[in-house]
Design a protein around this ligand. Sequence first.
Ligand code: ZN
Length: 382
Amino acid sequence: MPLLPVQGHEEVRTTLIRAVRAGTLPQSILLHGPTGIGKQRVGLWLAQLLVCQSASEAGPCGECQPCRLAARLEHPDIHWFFPLPRPEGASADKLRDKLEQARGAELAARRADPLQVPVFERPPAHFLAAVQTLQQLASVRPAVGQRKIFVIGDAEAMVPQESSPEAANAFLKLLEEPPPATTLILTAAQPGALLPTIRSRVLPVRLRPLPRGQVAEFLTENAQLPSADADRVAALANGAIGRALRLLPSSAGTGPVEAQRQQGRALLLAALSDSATPRLGAAHALPPSGARGDFLGVLASLASWLRDLLAMVTGAPERIVNVDAKELFLQTVRTRQPHPLGITHAIERVVRAQGHAFGNVNPQLILADVLRGVQADLRAGS
Ligand SMILES: [Zn+2]
């Protein structure tokens, strides 16, 4: 199946079309903006624009052979790299092949079901071995067209501890002297996490969250949601179609973001309880180690529930993200009258814990500590 259509980002796309037509598009670009708003999708759209044989002011034609290959993720000159988990039991010399196999399998899965969102059990990264493959692909002539295009999703995943600094350094070499007829399109939700030497060599292009209506429209048209459901999910999606898709149930059960949202709600309720039992229960419900990405997601979710509570307390209910819980927030404000400062402290406490979660720590201990603190913060004003 072809990729799902690009939704929104009209202004950025118009700017990119003009640059391509004027021949002024730089060789290296960084698309940045919040997680899930469609940066990689826009990157693939730009790649299609670059290979299209009859592009117009409206963008790629969508009809020519290169366009159709690009839309099916089958164009031999368009290479899409994204972070992958380290393949199990791969020795150093086999790592490159195994990673290429894993990338091929992931691309096949995305072709088979463009709505599916990848869920990895181990933290994905860009490994040096993958960057070496990229370097090699960049060093040869285009296979069918005039230009090779590389879309490198979540480029900040070149530096985390699971990866190696060599990956970022090897990639830097490519940016310093890009081979001719090569365009590099990086995406990052946290451009600040990229090496400054990488950042200084790319043209940053900022993408913004989509209006809620555009997310809802995408869901009715592409995920076949009834419009009431699409509106509800879009309201929870913060302008990010990627987040909306992770809120939807999948064949594996509840969507991963929806699961974290429910965990965050349970944590807030535990922290609002006067008894220690729900807090300890909530902490022990977490897996004791590993799955650090999940733990960070749970903390982020708790922070978002606390921000919603703050929005309700400060008379800004229109800023609430978890819109299906307005009644819970109202009731909490009525019965407990938490002080805005206390809620602010609680949010800061959770954000600090997110910073600590990167170390070699026990999530259960951190969470029990956080919940104890949050309960005290929320009680402070009453
Ligand atoms: Zn075309």
